[in-house]
Write a protein that binds this ligand. Structure first.
Ligand code: SAH
Length: 426
């Protein structure tokens, strides 16, 4: 699997330029490209956020709407697709947080952007194994997925396609029963999920949410826009807007000291909704992505066929992504929840016992190629040079969750939250 690309890693590809030129000739006439050229011709340059939204989630031709982008035949690979251990450890985390929060009678597992459904599938296997712990709890599964195509993959993976698509524009657009016997529903928006104690998971979800880009200029902050290249009218290019836009007036922090900034206001709104639900209904959220703490500048990039791809070429045919500004997400939660992290994927998985889990799997596996695969995927997940340090775990918890710890321990004991505790837990 060495040839597979992680979106967090920017590969240096020897034939990059040749590749870009070829792809442009092949795919520059994507329907979204034509649509955007007409739109910009009619009304002027568009924001990077609008460009990204159209390219990724346009209801007819958006990248996520019509592609299966994950895995060897796709454009990038993610942790849940690399190893079952990843999902299993996150499953243990979900149950551990449900227990620590007082074993609510109802338990909603909510995943945002579930891709092929591999993470939820591994988690549900853990739930089955921990049946005696979960007892009579009323567990249900809720998936927020914008892509009809991916929702079909998820249905197949999680239910064996034991689902019914619902009519028209209903908030629940598909529902059924998982292979493990739990009710499962699909939504386009978080607000349509029923209220109640929930554990929310978002793995490589926030990096796909549209960002605005801003450039510091002599005249102050200006928004970076997408325009038609006057030298080559079929091509798009970045321009800096002449005057402030609404976004540049409201999204830049007063104490900002970078020269170039990316802000994801839609991601901020989503995290506010999660925080609000966790505060009112109980539960937790685990956000996993390649991120930074308000320090990075220009991270917007594209991927196609496991290669870097020019973001302005063939929109809708390639993945577009930007590193997640975790400091911004933290700010947007307000004071409603307790935030933990970010902590690296390596530390989180080590704290969750990945080494012991690997040993158990190896002990029960005698096929040399499967053993090699297990060790290789373990290394992909935790090696600091691979995914170990690039991916960050960030959690939102109900404020009651750590109240006792704060009052009594004076922070001398390890945090009583699985994955975020010191390594000496193992
Ligand atoms: N979590 C999976 C997939 C990551 S790809 C994994 O790690 O393997 C991003 C996922 O988010 C896809 O399922 C995509 O269809 C979904 N997605 C992207 N933008 C979305 C949006 N605005 N609303 C809901 N889902 C979205």
């Amino acid at each position: 699997m060495f040839f597979l690309t992680l979106k967090a890693v920017i590969p240096i590809h020897f034939h990059y330029m040749t590749y870009r030129l070829q792809r442009f000739r092949l795919e520059s006439n994507s329907s979204i490209h034509k649509h955007l050229i007409s739109k910009i011709t009619a009304t002027g340059p568009i924001s990077v956020a609008e460009y990204m939204r159209e390219a990724l989630t346009n209801p007819v031709a958006g990248y996520y709407v019509k592609n299966d982008m994950l895995g060897a035949g796709g454009d990038f690979i993610t942790s849940p697709e690399i190893s079952q251990i990843f999902g299993e450890l996150l499953g243990v985390w979900c149950v551990s947080e449900w227990m620590a929060a007082g074993k609510s009678n109802t338990f909603q597992l909510v995943e945002l952007g579930p891709g092929r459904g591999s993470l939820a599938s591994d988690i549900l296997r853990v739930f089955s194994q921990l049946k005696t712990v979960l007892g009579e709890t009323d567990i249900s599964v809720h998936l927020v997925e914008v892509s009809p195509k991916l929702s079909q993959f998820q249905a197949e993976c999680l239910t064996g396609d034991n689902t019914q698509p619902n009519d028209g524009d209903q908030p629940v657009y598909r529902s059924g029963t998982t292979r493990t016997g739990l009710p499962i529903s699909w939504y386009r928006r978080i607000e349509d999920i029923p209220r109640g104690f929930s554990v929310f998971l978002a793995h490589e979800f926030f990096d796909a949410i549209p960002i605005h880009k801003f450039q510091r200029t002599e005249k102050g902050w200006r928004e970076v826009m997408v325009d038609i290249d006057p030298e080559s009218p079929g091509k798009l290019r970045f321009v800096v807007s002449h005057s402030p836009t609404l976004a540049s007036s409201i999204l830049i922090q007063k104490d900002e000291n970078r020269q170039h900034v990316e802000v994801c206001p839609e991601g901020g709104v989503i995290v506010q909704k999660l925080a609000n639900r966790i505060a009112e209904d109980g539960g937790a959220a685990l956000i996993v992505d390649y991120g930074h703490d308000g320090t990075k500048t220009d991270t917007f990039r594209g991927f196609k066929g496991h290669q870097l791809h020019n973001v302005l070429e063939a929109p809708g045919m390639a993945d577009l992504t930007a590193d997640v500004d975790i400091s911004y997400l933290r700010k947007m939660t307000g004071n409603e929840v307790t935030c933990l992290g970010p902590i690296t994927q390596r530390s989180f998985l080590k704290n969750m016992g990945i080494d012991s889990r690997l040993q158990v799997l190896l002990r029960n596996c005698h096929d040399p190629s499967t053993r090699a695969q297990l060790i290789h995927s373990y290394d992909m997940l935790i090696n600091p040079e691979k995914m170990g340090h690039r991916f960050q775990f960030f959690s939102l918890l109900n404020r009651g969750r750590l109240a006792q710890y704060r009052g009594m321990q004076k922070n001398t004991a390890p945090l009583p939250v699985a994955g975020f505790a010191e390594l000496d837990m193992q």
